[in-house]
Design a protein around this ligand. Structure first.
Ligand code: AMP
Length: 218
């Protein structure tokens, strides 16, 4: 039987990663976050990491030809259902995605857009902190660590993502509007798009996602 692919879309900071992780834990999807893969490559200073860093630090998108190769590689080595978080982000990536999914034995079940107003996004991104060692993500307002800015998992001092600084946030929102919004229209026109509100707490948004994906609370 074909494996399923679900896309979580939305501007930066709407909670795609948090929600994807929850769904992955509960339903056995593999959570594929292209931003996390790229950050890992940057940490390890690989060739991909060095190239990606120059775009990421400025809040720009990594070129399509790099991303198409990356997603193809990741899907080739995945044998469970998948949630894609942060991919596709351009129409070129979207047009290429389904043939790639199908080639690796997946069917695209749904693209879900998580919607949050701009001012709330800026507030959330400014409060986001990550662990530079294990990659855990916190939010000082909604999901703080137990001890002041220290990672609960590994005790490392948390940091702000370079691209969560206010000047870069503005670029990322603009890039999102110019390059990623058209992807929503692409899926809408194909009848694959569902929209849920990203406002409220994590559990409330999770519940909305379960509803649109037709999944039962475990
Ligand atoms: P994220 O963690 O999803 O916000 O991604 C962080 C950064 O990684 C983005 O601002 C881009 O520079 C890069 N990135 C992640 N996913 C993609 C993608 N699908 N296409 C191009 N660049 C991406």
């Amino acid at each position: 039987m074909a494996r399923i692919a679900v896309l979580l879309m939305g501007p930066p900071g709407v909670g795609k990663g948090t929600q994807a992780k929850l769904l992955a834990e509960k339903f056995g999807f593999r959570h594929i976050a292209t931003g996390d893969i790229l950050r890992e490559a940057v940490r390890k200073r690989t060739k991909l990491g060095k190239l990606a860093k120059s775009y990421m630090d400025k809040g720009q998108l990594v070129p399509d030809e790099v991303m198409l190769g990356l997603i193809d590689e990741v899907l080739a080595e995945t044998d469970s259902d998948v949630i894609l978080d942060g991919y596709p982000r351009t129409v070129v990536q979207a047009e290429n995605l389904e043939p790639t999914l199908n080639r690796h034995g997946f069917v695209l079940k749904q693209a879900v857009f998580i919607d949050v107003p701009d001012d709330e996004i800026v507030r959330r991104l400014s409060a986001r902190r990550i662990c530079p060692k294990c990659g855990a993500v916190y939010n000082l307002l909604t999901q703080p660590p137990k001890n002041d800015e220290i990672c609960d998992n590994c005790g490392t001092k948390l940091i702000m993502r370079d691209d969560d600084r206010p000047e870069v946030i503005m670029t990322r929102l603009r890039v999102y509007r110019d390059q990623t919004k058209p992807v929503l229209d692409y899926y809408k026109s194909r009848g694959l798009l569902k929209i849920v509100s990203g406002e409220g707490n994590i559990e409330e948004v999770h519940q909305r996602l379960l509803n649109v994906l037709g999944l039962k609370q475990l």
